[in-house]
Design a protein around this ligand. Sequence first.
Ligand SMILES: C[S@@+](CC[C@H](N)C(=O)[O-])C[C@H]1O[C@@H](n2cnc3c(N)ncnc32)[C@H](O)[C@@H]1O
Length: 294
Amino acid sequence: MIKALELFSGIGAFAEAARKRNINVVAAFDQDSRANLTYAHNHGLQATARNLDTITASELPPADLWWMSPPCQPYSVRGHQKGLNDPRSRSFVNLMGHLKEHKPRVFMLENVCGFMGSDAHALAMKTLRELGYENHIIERSPADFGVPMRRPRLYLVATADGVTYTNSKTAATPSIVLKDFVDESYPDELIVAQRDFEKYAPSLHIVRPGDVDAYATCFTSGYWKSYRASGTFIEVDNGKIRRFSPDEIVALMGFSATFAFPEQLTLQAKLQLAGNTVDVRSIEYILDGLSNLN
Ligand SMILES: C[S@@+](CC[C@H](N)C(=O)[O-])C[C@H]1O[C@@H](n2cnc3c(N)ncnc32)[C@H](O)[C@@H]1O
């Protein structure tokens, strides 16, 4: 069984992808207690509540594979693109410093496409090359798998000790339409208030799920409160619009039908966690490209 660490584990997109493969997540780390509650609820592992800015190499158990999806705000076009000067990059820098001691056979990182060419990208490439890794950059979006959602993301995959990576062919998928992901029943809280609708509607991405070419854009953790470039809205009856529900978002992101948020979390918390997560199909695609890992 391949041992993996899930760093910045959130609600466990990596654990979702690993479950169907010969990969055992031996430890997960995140500082958000709501994420850790959701992780334990679904993956049978208590993620460690720890600020990764200061975690030491000895606190990380040995593993064959490291997966990490560090905060993307330092590299996102929506942020100020301060890169390594952004305090939210500290955890990433700290963990890169521990690679030498641990030297997992596979290192995988997910981030926004703006990560490419950043000082953090340069630091990762330098560190990995000096340690003898072979590096691959892959861009994937749920849309590549026939899912009506556009969320392109960058994946850095580094392999060592005989492990290799090759892009696999994306299996042709039957076209899935947005309607397949939309529930008939939803909480009233998801409906946008009339005054907000009047103020923001012209700048929103609003879809009619019945349209065959309707697609969802990238949801963000600010989707529950923000109207600017934070995600797609659905037209409902009576000329109203509503937000997607957390369950609809994670289904679009490839989480299994058995995945569930703990009841005690608020709708806001669920939307934040769902907006922060990673496309499971993209992780599966990359895991399937690894050879000689057993
Ligand atoms: C982009 S999200 C990753 C989501 C996750 N991969 C998933 O599958 O849902 C970043 C995560 O990193 C966590 N995080 C951010 N900074 C952190 C830090 N310094 N220490 C620990 N966790 C941190 C956040 O709580 C958030 O869950």
